[in-house]
Design a protein around this ligand. Sequence first.
Ligand code: NAD
Length: 502
Amino acid sequence: MNNQVETALARMGVPLPSPGGAKTLVSRSPIDGGALAEFAMADAAQVDAAVDRAADAFRRWRVVPAPVRGEFVRRFGEQLRTHKQDLATLVSHEAGKITQEALGEVQEMIDICDFAVGLSRQLYGKTIASERPGHRLAEQWHPLGPIGVISAFNFPVAVWAWNAAIAWVCGDPVLWKPSEKTPLAAVACQTLVEQTMAESPDVPPAISRVVIGAADVGQRLAASRRLPLISATGSVRMGRAVAQTVAQRLGRSLLELGGNNGMIVAPSADMKLAVRSITFSAVGTCGQRCTSLRRLIVHETIADDLRDRLLQVFQRLPIGDPTVEDTLVGPLIDALAGQAMDDALAAAKAQGGVVHGGGRVTRGVPSGGVYVQPALVEIAADAPILQQETFAPILYLIRYDDFQQAIEIHNGVPQGLASAILTSDVREAERFCSPAGSDCGIVNVNIGTSGAEIGGAFGGEKDTGGGRESGSDAWKLYMRRATNTVNYSDQLPLAQGVHFDL
Ligand code: NAD
């Protein structure tokens, strides 16, 4: 095991896993392919037992006052502050994020804890004017039940925290199946939760559990009637499979699936701002964010200039070990991701695309990892490759001449997560944000597609799954609504003026 990882684990007090049982899982670092730790995978009986414990914990947790639940989340946030650097080190080593992005991911966890603490005193229901005299009509929000969280490798800790912090203040235990590529970071998070619990006698320990495994464990959670909500983040393929299983039992699913994010760059765009925001969105996390910029739709009058500026920047990007301070582009997660990038570039070429960059980087990088030069591909708007998300740093450049056409190109893909426009023309900006503009869940003006704040509801439309998590009123999905009508009169008037005289 790597020294930095060992130190971070020791500082957090994370016990080294002792694998046993029939099936084990080795977590490997994308930096050099080295093994980080080996874990026992949960079998069906262990998953069911964890669900049972979460269901028992729910019976106690749901009656703890929400502000008291918030106090637990506040203390967990403090624990994260103490170990921000340690957890970020694990994220860098297990998911390959550069240090700045790994620290940002942990900061996002801290931010959502702060948000959830405030929320714990604001789980408001409405009081509604009753049409009947002497009646009070109101709604209350109650805890929903234990929540199953299935997460992806590229946000190995923040996505769980978005769910967990909100679910806990809402009164729900959380059972987490992390990506099989990032189990170590998950176990570290669970350790920090348990340390927080050690000082919180009123918190049932089973409000937080990690179950390690692959798709079969995810399916077991999805099929469990005792988990009223499954929050699943990952590919569209995974989302379809999970949604069908959850729908079979009429459960609730919150889906955060793939994106295929576009940006329109209008002639009036600020070019300096454009190069920085496009580069960060396209190559951040080596193109492995759900919000990574994949399609750049540029007005034909500025397309050559913007292409040349981007190529200049792309050629001198520091690529390599993500834990080295100046690195801006770390590795792809594994060899399969490298193959997917090669396949997409070959398809783009076959479809008439002009490919710049995109090759493997082998010098000045750790051996054993998959390091790539980000690619910029000039391509026609109707190329079929534009319809798919490839989880790698490939930026397609498409030219447009008419603004309405640009919006249609932008919306002409199955996914609908993040979108952006760079323009100084207020009419274009507002049209992009209007009902006839971008059809995505996230619509930005003069910033890139990635790097959302936790205060807003996060998620997307169409094949992205329609889920919303994190801020705003996303908490409502983690609760059930009860509409109460209370008659405090001695009469029994019926709604809609119905007479039913005995
Ligand atoms: P993935 O779909 O391969 O795996 C995600 C999780 O789902 C893992 O925990 C995996 O074990 C589980 N899983 C896979 N198949 C399953 C099945 N049939 N039933 C139950 N569980 C199953 O995704 P990945 O490669 O880890 O992550 C990349 C994808 O995630 C990209 O498509 C990316 O856009 C998406 N993503 C979306 C968001 C968002 O908020 N919209 C955020 C991060 C990642």
